[in-house]
Design a protein around this ligand. Structure first.
Ligand code: ADP
Ligand code: MG
Length: 345
């Protein structure tokens, strides 16, 4: 009888020991950047992780206010000034990001086009919830397309924006999440963190490792719940996906999604989603959007000029278009593997 008590006491000790050693991975979620942000930190004590997450949350909220296209934030005021035909003053902290967006837009052949604010507003995709109703009138779309807003025309070399005509309103919706994830990782690094993922609704940058193994992440299926594929990331890699399922509205049996082709003024066609692995969130975000616009006909050229070598796209028939570099990295998670339409070096 007495002896029997020992295993129980031992079990209690083991349990206690288990409680006092915190798990090496701390994962937290919060709403920011208009999505669910999921932060994983490896090898950071829980108390420090809580502080870091609170700091990140604050920074991401301030970032969102700053980069929102309308309203009273910095970019909202810039757009209001552009609307009045003025040369808006730009805070020094925003200029490098604008120049970066300009360079990426040029590299994409204007498919990633942050000067498209008027068109995005016309479609109602600037709003959190687009009110139901028909797509814009074709003549109104054509007018904006013919005005050729192009960020390449702007001069960002002073503390004000020069060279913007009346056609230009800035919208960094296709780029800001990438920039935000870059800033988040830079800040975590400055706080001494070496192993982390900042994942903003499926778009992420990862640094370091998950202890003994690489980080493992999932890529959402554009047409089903759950994952299309998974991959392992480590070191410093950004994985970004753009898709027609993120934001859209249906009208009379047709679906209109939020990635617009600057050449037509209508939602891009051909691909339902594009995933890239890039060296930064900014490049990954801009490239995923540009490749959606590029579609099956042009994605290879745009991937090259935007310097992303790992690309996977799903076309409207559900077939995969991918680069060798991506094929080496991903594992499909679907019951039966999808059909590969093309795989290029
Ligand atoms: P998500 O935000 O869902 O990850 P994207 O990164 O592709 O998707 O960004 C889409 C947003 O970018 C749209 O909601 C709109 O604000 C803006 N946008 C739409 N089309 C373009 C385009 N061709 N170039 C630049 N920005 C665009
Ligand atoms: Mg994007």
């Amino acid at each position: 009888m007495r002896l029997n008590r020992w295993p129980a006491a031992l079990a209690a000790l083991v349990l206690l020991a288990g409680c006092s050693a915190p798990p090496p991975e701390q994962e937290t979620q919060f709403l920011a950047l208009g999505t669910l942000v999921d932060v994983s930190l490896y090898g950071v004590p829980p108390q420090q992780a809580r502080k870091l997450n609170a700091g990140l949350h604050r920074r991401l909220d301030a970032f969102t206010d700053r980069w929102r296209a309308s309203g009273n934030g910095a970019l909202g005021q810039i757009n209001a000034a552009l609307d009045r035909g003025e040369r808006p003053h730009v805070a020094a902290g925003m200029l490098p990001a604008m120049r970066r967006a300009q360079a990426l837009s040029k590299a994409s052949g204007g498919r990633f086009q942050p000067a498209l604010g008027r068109l995005i507003r016309l479609w109602g995709f600037d709003r959190e919830e687009r009110p139901p109703g028909p797509p814009p009138a074709p003549a109104a779309i054509a007018r904006l397309v013919d005005s050729h807003p192009d960020i390449a025309d702007l001069d960002f070399t002073h503390d004000e924006i020069r060279g913007a005509g009346p056609a230009v309103q800035l919208d960094f919706g296709a780029f800001a999440k990438g920039l935000a994830v870059d800033r988040a990782i830079a800040w975590l690094r400055s706080q001494g963190v070496t192993n982390a993922i900042v994942n903003a609704g499926g778009d992420l940058r990862a640094i370091g490792r998950h202890g003994e193994r690489a980080w493992r992440i999932g890529i959402r299926h554009p047409r089903q719940s759950g994952y299309l594929a998974s991959l392992e990331v480590e070191g410093d890699e950004s994985v970004f996906t753009s898709g027609d399922y993120e934001r859209y509205f249906d009208y009379r049996g047709r679906r209109y999604h939020h990635i617009l082709d600057p050449a037509t003024g209508y939602p891009s066609r051909g691909f339902t989603s594009v995933t890239v692995i890039a060296d930064s969130g900014a490049r990954g975000d801009a490239a995923a959007t540009a490749l959606m616009v590029a579609g099956p006909a042009h994605w290879r050229d745009v991937a090259r000029t935007m310097q992303v070598d790992a690309v996977m796209a799903v076309d409207s028939a559900g077939k995969i278009h991918e680069t060798e570099a991506m094929a080496k990295r991903i594992h499909f998670e679907t019951d039966s593997p999808p059909v590969i339409a093309e795989r290029i070096p």
